[in-house]
Ligand binder design. Structure first.
Ligand code: SAM
Length: 440
């Protein structure tokens, strides 16, 4: 039995696909890289912007012919595209299953029914395949913020956190199978745990918790608990929400040596009026202060942010304010997107009045600015020796990342560096990667 997976969207979707792949592997499926060779196709989808949604509908349409020629093929559609299922069933009658975001159990159910209908010898469970060095682990689903432009809450629902013990057990299992780095994932990881029960006394509070322990666990507690896992080399978490990032979290992240100096804190706009209309819950001054607190606690941290340009009513002056904010704060990475009206969101009712050409001009201006800034930041690494966690071979080189999330390549020599923390001397830097040298 063979399966083909196609994933688009956030890291959460990629983590869900990885979890689904694990389960399919356990059932004896083999992954293939062409839909034509598959018995089961899983499309994991995103609708955060219209461009992502268009890719999904394009994929669905292109698979219609294959399904007609191969009716025994199972086609499953998963992720944020899956909303009103009866309407989708009507529109895409050739799709066998519509699966809500992150519902890996439903993928398993579909696969099990397919396996059950096959002769026994075709469905022998395979050996667990090896895992990547770095793996994302979802810690909460959904989001409790009501950003006026965002469809995620409508599709993924309010925030639901996984219990600390369940996450720790999953990470322990991954580490036993050779994983060295985990990224704790969520639409908003900073509010992790607020929906979990208060630990019942007389059980001890989680490591690092307030002495009383009379509150639910938070991300700082989770970091402390995961940090205890032996042989786990690195921990990251993303994405954050500026209104939910506490000093307690920043201090914990800075104090725990295996937590990397890397944070992703979306600002979205550098103008208070736009932030208010986006429903973000902070001001530009508060955001600047947050960045200062992070950088004070973690000097040299790799910081990333997200920006939306062309939000309804965004004037040239408001865009300029965003530009200047980014110029001043000098991030390591800026994910910039042109505003895209999303069905059912409050902002959809506002006039989408920034012409698409102008949105594109603003997007490019920020991309160009960022390319210059990150080239300058990366140039400061020249000659330094940095710790790189080596992930894999790529185009004839070893590829890994620094603690600050910089991509580093170095020559393949006689040693197998996969999964190792290696001191690498940086000999060349560009905007998107660096080259280094290793003493063997
Ligand atoms: N924690 C994050 C935050 O603070 O906003 C949430 C991540 S969000 C689901 C992913 C990114 O997609 C957002 O940061 C935003 O920049 C972008 N995005 C969401 N809705 C969008 C829209 N309607 N148009 C353009 N970009 C959008």
């Amino acid at each position: 039995m063979k399966y083909y997976q196609w994933t688009i969207g956030c890291q959460m979707n990629f983590a869900d696909s990885r979890r689904a792949a694990e389960e399919l592997d356990k059932l004896g499926y083999q992954q293939v890289d062409r839909p034509q060779s598959a018995d089961l196709i899983l499309l994991n989808t995103c609708v955060v912007r219209q461009s992502a949604e268009d890719k999904v509908t394009g994929r669905l349409t292109s698979l219609q012919g294959l399904k007609r020629r191969k009716p025994e093929l199972k086609l499953a559609l998963m992720g944020c595209y899956v909303n009103e299922i009866p309407a989708l069933q009507h529109r895409y009658p050739w799709v066998d299953a519509f699966i809500k975001p992150s519902d890996v159990a439903a993928v398993v159910e579909l696969a099990e029914s397919q396996v059950a209908s096959r002769p026994m010898d075709e469905a022998l469970p395979a050996e667990a395949p090896s895992l990547p060095v770095s793996v994302g682990v979802p810690i909460n689903q959904g989001c409790d913020h009501l950003c006026t432009y965002c469809i995620v809450r409508l599709r993924r629902g309010p925030e639901v956190s996984r219990p600390v013990a369940e996450i720790v057990a999953e990470v322990q299992g991954l580490v036993r199978r050779g994983v060295k780095e985990i990224t704790l994932l969520g639409q908003n990881v900073d509010s992790y745990g607020h929906d979990l029960p208060v630990p019942a006394s007389p059980e001890p509070p989680p490591a690092g918790a307030d002495k009383t322990g009379n509150r639910p666990p938070d991300l700082a507690d989770l970091l402390a608990a995961v940090h205890e896992i032996e042989d786990l080399a690195r921990i990251r978490f993303l994405t954050s929400h500026p209104a939910d990032m506490t000093d307690r979290l920043i201090e914990m992240a800075a104090r725990l040596p295996r937590v990397c100096e890397h944070m992703e804190v979306p600002v979205q706009s550098g103008d208070d009026g736009v932030l208010r209309r986006m429903g973000r819950g902070y001001t530009v001054a508060e955001y600047r202060d947050l960045v200062t607190r992070i950088r004070t606690a973690m000097p040299g941290a790799g910081l990333a942010t997200d920006v939306i340009v062309g939000f309804p009513g965004e004037t040239e002056a408001q865009f300029e304010a965003t530009y200047r904010l980014l110029e001043g704060l000098r991030f390591d990475m800026v994910h910039v997107a042109a505003y895209s009206p999303r069905p059912g969101t409050p902002a959809e009712r506002l006039a989408d009045d920034v012409p698409s050409q102008e949105k594109e001009r603003r997007r490019r201006a920020i991309d160009d600015l960022q390319e210059r800034i990150v080239s300058e930041i990366n140039a400061q690494y020249l000659g330094q020796t940095v710790e790189v966690l080596v992930e894999e071979r790529h185009k004839g080189k070893w590829r890994g990342r620094t603690r600050t999330n910089k991509l580093v390549f170095f020559e393949i020599g006689s040693k197998d560096w996969r999964g190792q923390l290696v001191p690498v001397q940086i000999v060349w830097t560009g905007a998107w990667s660096m080259q280094g040298r290793v003493g063997e």
